[in-house]
Design a protein around this ligand. Structure first.
Ligand code: ZN
Length: 473
């Protein structure tokens, strides 16, 4: 009897101390966001984190209960550790420009470069230790940085970082229980803000017409922040076109013509802080095919079709890139020109939920979704597809009729994918993650594979649903 009563008292006191529901949140945090900015410096095989500034942003937009990351995604993992108890009180996996740059020829040459980065977490009440870890080639995390932060320190900036106009695009409820997306525009002048508002609404509609976002639309809020640029459009270095655009987005990132990112992290984050956000989308006011997406950083997409016949491709790009940024999905395509060397080291299982190096029935990452009647690896007409894909990779974007010829080839590829025996089945199809052999994808086709409005395959859809649940509970 005594023992039972004692257990009861213990349970009550644990809850009172703050381990139940959002008790842990209120014990360690207040409802605001701390942003820790730093420089990520290094070359291939070497890196350093160098602290920059610390900011208080607005209300905390994230979950009050899912504080510890259980998803195991991303190249890095940061942890917030309570200094007194040594308890991990918040963690998130993420990726960044730096780790992608490390796989380029420039990094392989031994050159050092610096990228600005941020991690954001709820504003701590007491002193904390912030640690950052990086995966090794076997995917195991090792700590590369640790620093103590005193939330009362006078070096923390508390000024409002952005007073720009915020437009609610979709408002479904309290940010703590919703996934909050902020849409920023780059290359829109003051006179083009109406166009930005229309584009933000359009791409939000496109995202929420695609499953599983469509089914779970009620779990989201979407905000648009009007960012005026001095000039229209964004930088296109290969066309010698230089533009004074507010967020610094540019084509030709890491030498890839259609890869659009910005390395102006501080500028982007300051603008974004006008809205409560978990995830960012940057729409660029251009009519040239391009975009980019990095897990937990942002998704970038162009917005205007190159020709009326290819106008739908920007819809494809925006949702595809958001798949990277939101759910850590990997590229399932493999033969387009990318500037990476051994992005996925041979024989190592990638952390991306939709890529696997082991197609066996015992080890395949998504084996629970494969029917016993589906052969592994799963056959498809790869050689036929590759011959067309190779021609597409050789097309010169600056040649006449480029857009038309590209569309013809994309249509021909679509026909092949559409006629495969195992078309609507989860299996292990060879060719994924920029690698023609040795890496497998879950379906013949997916929004992460072909340039088409194909749905996310069931493995990608499950990864997206998990993420939505994690951020909306
Ligand atoms: Zn991609």
């Amino acid at each position: 009897m005594k023992r039972i009563i004692l257990t009861g008292i213990l349970l009550c006191s644990v809850t009172a101390l703050g381990f139940g529901n959002d008790g842990m949140f209120s014990r360690y945090f207040r409802d605001a966001t701390m942003r820790y900015d730093f420089y990520h410096v290094g070359t291939k095989g070497k890196e350093r984190i160098v602290p920059d500034k610390i900011y208080e942003e607005g209300e905390w937009p994230g979950s009050l209960t899912n504080l510890i990351d259980t998803l195991n995604l991303g190249e890095y993992l940061f942890k917030v550790v309570d200094s007194k108890t040594n308890q991990v009180i918040y963690s998130r996996g993420y990726s960044c420009m730096f780790n992608e740059w490390q796989t380029t020829d420039e990094a392989a040459s031994g050159l050092f470069r610096t990228f600005q980065e941020s991690v954001r977490f709820p504003y701590p009440l007491h002193k904390i230790q912030l640690t950052i870890s990086r995966r090794d080639k076997r995917m195991i995390f090792h700590e590369i940085f640790s620093a103590e932060i005193d939330p009362e320190s006078i070096v923390i900036h508390h000024e409002k970082l952005s007073s720009d106009h915020v437009i609610p695009v979709i408002k479904n409820g309290d940010s703590h229980q919703k996934v909050d997306i902020v849409i920023l525009g780059d290359g829109y002048t003051k006179d083009e803000m109406k166009k930005f508002d229309t584009d933000a609404k359009h791409f939000s509609d496109i995202l929420f017409s695609t499953n599983p976002f469509k089914e779970k639309k009620n779990d989201f809020n979407v905000w648009a922040v009007e960012v005026p640029s001095e000039e229209t459009g964004i930088d296109q270095p290969d066309y010698h076109r230089w533009v004074n655009n507010a967020l610094g987005t540019s084509y030709n990132t890491f030498g890839s013509a259609r890869y659009v990112l910005t390395d102006e992290n501080r500028v982007v984050r300051n603008y974004a802080s006008a809205a409560p956000y978990d995830f960012m989308i940057i729409l660029v006011n251009t009519n040239r095919y391009g975009g980019g997406g990095i897990y937990q950083l942002y998704a970038v997409s162009y917005t205007i079709g190159e020709t009326p016949a290819t106008a739908w491709q920007s819809d494809y790009v925006c949702v595809h890139e958001f798949g990277h940024a939101f759910a850590g999905l990997g590229d399932e395509y493999y033969s387009s020109s990318v500037a990476y060397n051994d992005f996925y080291p041979k024989g190592v299982e990638p952390w991306e939920p939709n890529l696997s190096s082991d197609p066996s029935r015992e080890h395949l990452k998504w084996r629970d979704m494969v029917l016993s009647t589906t052969p592994l690896p799963t056959p498809w007409e790869k050689a036929k597809y590759d011959s067309i894909e190779n021609e597409r990779a050789r097309l010169n974007p600056q040649s006449k009729n480029y857009a038309e010829r590209r569309k013809e080839l994309i249509d021909a590829e679509g026909k092949i994918l559409d006629s495969q025996q195992f078309k609507n089945v989860v299996g292990a199809f060879e060719g994924a993650g920029y690698s023609s052999t040795g890496l497998y994808r879950p379906s013949v086709d997916c929004r992460m594979f072909s340039l088409s409005l194909a749905d996310f395959d069931p493995v990608c859809a499950r990864a997206i649903e998990r993420m939505i649940d994690f951020y909306s509970k």
